[in-house]
Design a binder for this molecule. Structure first.
Ligand code: NAD
Length: 375
């Protein structure tokens, strides 16, 4: 008995020590290395963006092109015809960046690398396909190493609010999550743990090797040019599509996943790409994970009411309590981002949803007419 409790005590001491180390690491980040000023990014410096056939990275390519950058390399494993957005004048490569050899080709000559490639989707996807989510660790592991070897100046990693401790998210009236809430760690199984470990990779590439890394923990992003059907879509797109479907098919019912009381915040895509740019270029945020999300908390019931108002309908609600629903509540505490960037995502949900609904409606109608659309 005595030896068992001694082992337990030993384990506890080790765990406490490890936790202290992590907290120290988190607090000590900015003092560990001197940040050398780098030259301003030139318009013809090569920017690499992975996951560019997908929602956020596709919009990021467009954002940098509109800002006047002339050399952008967009990369995705999907064939080109499946990309949501293709920006003219951009070098587009179809390569799987979970393979190191491909990453070498992708990072060749890069000045800045934005890694947004990941196997991901809404709750339905990440709860069901944890192995696929975990395997995204290969992407960041190879991308950060090859970016470093290629001499890239800065490296961005798209993390997620799913990296936060799930025990803090068990109530719909949730306290907004601040950056330190990721530790002690109890991330979302699969997807969240992959993000947390990848963040640590990025931090260590700065501490040990001097690669300037940036990490943003995105909170639900929505907007035009994203997944809206097929199982990977998130709540705003799914609800817009369901309402549009109901209108087109003359149905008066809608089924929601869970009891509708789950709460979330949703960030409009334009805020997301602007935030990525600001975070990537803030020296004070090197190797420091930061929330990038809206702090406008709504329940899924409220979200549906907003979509109904835009569409001008009222549907009878049914609740599928067996469907994946994720944590009970999640919101972004924006104290840190406001302090560091004097900015936070600020597009209202009403405005962003109206634009999203309009875009999905156009896609839906095009599909009805037999036209090819990307879902
Ligand atoms: P998305 O699924 O629309 O885009 C991801 C893209 O990555 C896809 O086009 C996919 O084909 C590509 N990809 C996957 N594996 C690849 C590989 N091995 N090689 C090359 N390409 C690969 O997702 P998104 O919403 O645009 O998300 C972008 C990033 O932001 C992801 O890292 C995601 O985890 C993160 N994120 C998104 C949200 C959100 O609400 N959308 C929230 C938190 C974090």
């Amino acid at each position: 008995m005595k030896s068992v409790s001694r082992i337990r005590l030993f384990r506890l001491t080790v765990e406490r020590h490890l936790f202290k180390q992590i907290v120290l690491l988190e607090n000590d980040m900015e003092t560990k290395r001197l940040v050398e000023k780098d030259a301003k990014l030139n318009r013809n410096d090569l920017i690499v963006i992975t996951g560019a056939g997908g929602f956020i990275a596709g919009n990021l390519v467009k954002y940098f092109t509109e800002k006047g950058f002339t050399r952008i390399r967009a990369v995705d494993k999907k064939p080109l015809y499946e990309w949501y957005l293709r920006t003219p004048g951009v070098e587009s490569l179809c390569l799987d960046v979970s393979e190191e050899a491909h990453c070498r080709r992708v990072c060749e000559g890069a000045v800045e690398v934005y890694n947004l490639a990941a196997d991901m989707g809404g709750m339905g996807f990440i709860e069901r396909f944890r192995v696929a989510c975990l395997r995204s660790i290969l992407i960041n592991t190879h991308m950060v190493e090859t970016a470093y070897r290629a001499g890239a100046r800065r490296y961005f990693f798209s993390s997620s609010a799913c990296a936060y401790n799930t025990l803090l998210q068990q109530d719909p009236n949730v306290r907004a999550l601040k950056e330190s809430d990721a530790y002690p760690a109890m991330a979302e199984r699969g997807y969240g743990w992959e993000k947390l470990v990848s963040e640590m990779f990025c931090q260590e590439y700065w501490f040990e090797r001097g690669l300037k890394t940036a990490m943003a923990r995105f909170h639900n992003v929505y907007g035009p040019h994203g997944t809206w059907d097929g199982g990977r879509e998130k709540a705003p797109a799914a609800l817009c599509r369901k309402v549009i479907e109901a209108i087109h098919t003359g149905k008066s019912d809608i089924t929601l996943w869970g009891d509708g009381h789950q709460t979330r915040s949703f960030m409009y895509i334009n805020d997301c790409v602007k935030g990525i740019d600001l975070i990537m270029h803030a020296d004070a945020l090197i190797a420091t994970p930061i929330n990038l999300g809206s702090s406008e908390l709504v329940s899924i019931n409220d979200l549906l009411s907003k979509v109904e108002k835009i569409a001008g309908v009222k549907l009878t609600r049914h609740y599928d309590l067996n469907a994946p629903r994720g944590v009970a509540g999640r919101n972004s505490d924006n104290t840190f981002i406001k302090k560091m960037l004097k900015w936070e995502p600020n597009t209202s949900l009403d405005k962003g949803l109206a634009a999203t609904y309009k875009w999905i409606n156009i896609q839906y109608e095009a599909r009805q007419q037999g036209k090819r659309v990307v879902e």
